[in-house]
Design a protein around this ligand. Structure first.
Ligand code: NAI
Length: 632
């Protein structure tokens, strides 16, 4: 710590230490229930802005705002409680910095000690190191004004305060406002860091020596970071194909530098764009090829904001140590609900009846209309969707049968069938929920239709190539299948502008839908929540659970240790080499986790606090290392 001995840190409060302007929050509290609250708050904001852009002096703006506020002493505890919740994220993360440097940290603010002191005290900052205004109260406790002698109640006050402090050493100022820059302009600070985690002001950015999107960046630049290994704002995220805004929000909230792009990119465009990107988010259109990966110089993870991952070269990602995540369960419920709806609609003959009405046909009759209660439903493929459908269907009174090539536990009263033939010959409705593996091509063809009873309902919401469409068509025409719902097709149009071509068009009691089984707003939102969380978990803890290509490791939270994350080609002896390096450096291993697949080995080692750069260098230079990183 010696090299920081003569460094002082001057930190602003409003919109820097906390995310908000305290007087705005005080306004919300003090004006609660008043009829003209909205107008008054608006007025306060306008005056704040006028104060900032110089059309009012700071003192004038303060007097005016306090007048409108009508605040009272009794509002202050509430204000403090609220502000405690609003401390900037990166400040919360870096409590240790405030503790370690408590003698060197000064809060210099045009706000008020009355609320600043209780907040910053919790961060070990000393009361005597807080320089700010003080409220004045009348006898009944109303806030009537402020101490007019305080330098911080006038323009240029911060610079003057610094002058009075006469700190002997280097002074670094961190703040979001022009008044913070003025300290440096007056020659009272060595460097001014524009803090942009909460607000960005162009006139301030222009003047900054550095822009600090978070406190992590400031600490990183000054080699003082302890809370996280690498400032998150330096992690570039590129989100393509109009990914749901919730995902953008989640990733920004984490502190990443997020760039959003509405369309997909072709290979060459992506080869350019991928440079410097650590996290790539795509949907189904963007191809992440080996060539793209060759150009990816900082890529840590790819998030496929969908179910399928055929568009990503998983093997090439693996070889590069890039973990890929998708959202396999996010639309399970959506598919289940659609299957249930279709079972009812088809069994009741609603689809044809409703269509006929549009042609003017009034066909009131019970013929061909049935309840689903007590009917036998056959589910082929008892995975995520099949199993959830089983539960919901049973609740509606269906008898559930299922068949799966893997051993699957029956849920509720569902009956397991030993063969596909047993299932198909036992049920009134069959619905397919198998995965898209090659062997499943035409798994339902003429032979399978012959195993079914007459008068069946047939549903496929899984994959198009699973059903022999000609055989299906024949069985619809012959009356064996009396109701059909198909959402997926062997050949699907590539875009909404291409025509849908299929022999099934015009078939009786047949619902055709454009691969929308999983397409709901809820599913999109689930995906937007699930994928970023998996990626953040991987970056923050090394956990790879649910990764599509990495060996899956679920790791405990990191406490009082450093975590070394080592990805290597899966050749014998690497773990032994890692441990030898650690032994040579007399490092104590607190925990170690290893998992491999055919291509890579993934080793996580938690070690005691102390280590040096030599150790990191030695671990990096072990042969066959693909990637190495340290979490603090
Ligand atoms: P999953 O992988 O959890 O389940 C598939 C199950 O099918 C597994 O238990 C597997 O053992 C079984 N299976 C595979 N081949 C089989 C065979 N020949 N016979 C019997 N069982 C077999 O998959 P999940 O999430 O339940 O999805 C099921 C299907 O639904 C997938 O094909 C998926 O692509 C599709 N899907 C379609 C959507 C749409 O928009 N229509 C949306 C979401 C998924």
């Amino acid at each position: 710590m010696e090299y920081t001995n003569n460094k002082y840190f001057v930190i602003d409060f409003d919109s820097t230490f906390t995310k908000v302007e305290a007087l705005d929050v005080l306004g919300e509290i003090a004006l609660e229930g008043k009829a003209d609250k909205t107008e008054r708050l608006k007025e306060i904001k306008e005056i704040t802005d006028e104060g900032m852009n110089g059309s009012l002096t700071f003192r004038e703006s303060l007097v005016k705002r306090l007048e409108i506020l009508d605040a009272h002493q009794k509002h202050l505890p509430k204000l403090v409680d609220e502000l405690k919740k609003q401390v900037s994220k990166s400040f919360q993360r870096n409590k240790e910095f405030f503790k370690n440097y408590k003698d060197k940290i000064f809060i210099i603010s045009n706000g008020f000690k009355d609320f600043i002191v209780p907040i910053v005290n919790e961060y070990h900052i000393k009361t005597e190191n807080v320089y700010a205004n003080s409220f004045e109260f009348d006898k009944s406790g109303n806030i009537t004004g402020f101490d007019q002698n305080n330098a911080l109640s006038v323009n240029g006050g911060k610079a003057k305060q610094l002058k009075d402090l006469d700190l002997q050493g280097d002074v670094y100022v961190i703040g979001d406002g022009y008044t913070d820059y003025e300290i440096k302009a007056a020659g009272m600070a060595n460097k001014f860091y524009a803090f942009t985690e909460n607000v960005k002001r162009d006139n301030v950015l222009e003047k900054a020596d550095h822009i600090a999107p978070s406190l992590d960046e400031f600490l990183y630049l000054n080699k003082m970071n302890t809370a996280i290994s690498y400032p998150k704002n330096r992690i570039n995220v590129l989100l393509l194909e109009n990914i749901h805004p919730h995902a953008v929000e989640v990733l920004k909230e984490e502190g990443y530098n997020v760039e959003v792009y509405p369309a997909g990119l072709d290979e060459n465009e992506l080869c350019e764009k991928i440079k410097g990107v650590s996290i790539l988010g795509i949907r189904s259109k963007t191809q992440v090829t080996a060539k793209v990966l060759e150009n990816a110089d900082r890529l840590i993870s790819v998030g496929a904001f969908c179910i399928g991952t055929n568009q990503v070269d998983l093997e090439a990602c693996l070889k590069k140590g890039v973990a890929v995540f998708n959202a396999p369960f996010s639309n399970t419920r959506s598919v289940v609900e659609m299957a249930i709806a279709e079972i009812i609609v088809l069994y009741r003959g609603l689809f044809d009846r409703a269509t006929a009405m549009h042609d003017g046909q009034w066909n009131k009759s019970a013929s061909g209309s049935y309840e689903i209660r007590g009917k036998n439903l056959g589910i082929v493929g008892y995975g995520n969707i099949g199993a959830q459908l089983s539960v919901v269907a049973e609740a509606l009174g269906l008898n559930v049968y299922y068949y799966d090539i893997q051993e699957k536990l029956a849920l509720g009263n569902a009956k397991k069938c030993a063969t596909l033939k047993e299932l198909l010959s036992s049920v009134d409705i069959v619905t397919l929920h198998v995965d898209g593996r090659k062997e499943n091509k035409n798994m339902i063809g003429e032979r399978e239709f012959q195993w079914m009873k007459d008068g069946m309902i047939f549903i496929n919401l899984s994959r198009g190539h699973v059903v022999d469409i000609e055989a299906l068509q024949k069985n619809i025409d012959e009356g064996k299948i009396v109701g059909t719902a198909i959402d997926v097709f062997p050949q699907e149009p590539k875009s909404n502008s291409e025509e849908f071509i299929s022999k099934l068009r015009g078939s009786k009691n047949t619902i055709l839908t454009p691969h929308i089984g999983g397409s709901t707003q809820e599913a999109q939102e689930n995906i937007a929540e699930f994928v970023p969380n998996k990626i953040m978990d991987y970056i923050n803890t090394g956990s790879t659970s649910n990764s599509v290509n990495f060996p899956n490791l679920q790791l405990p939270a990191l406490e009082n240790a450093h975590r070394l994350i080592h990805i290597h080609h899966n050749v014998p002896g690497i773990l032994a080499q890692i441990n030898q390096v650690l032994a040579d450096h007399e490092i104590n291993i607190v925990g170690q986790y290893l998992k491999t697949n055919e291509v890579i080995g993934y080793v996580i080692t938690d070690i005691d606090k102390a280590y040096d750069r030599e150790l990191i260098k030695a671990l990096r230079s072990i042969d066959h290392t693909v990637k190495f990183r340290v979490l603090y």
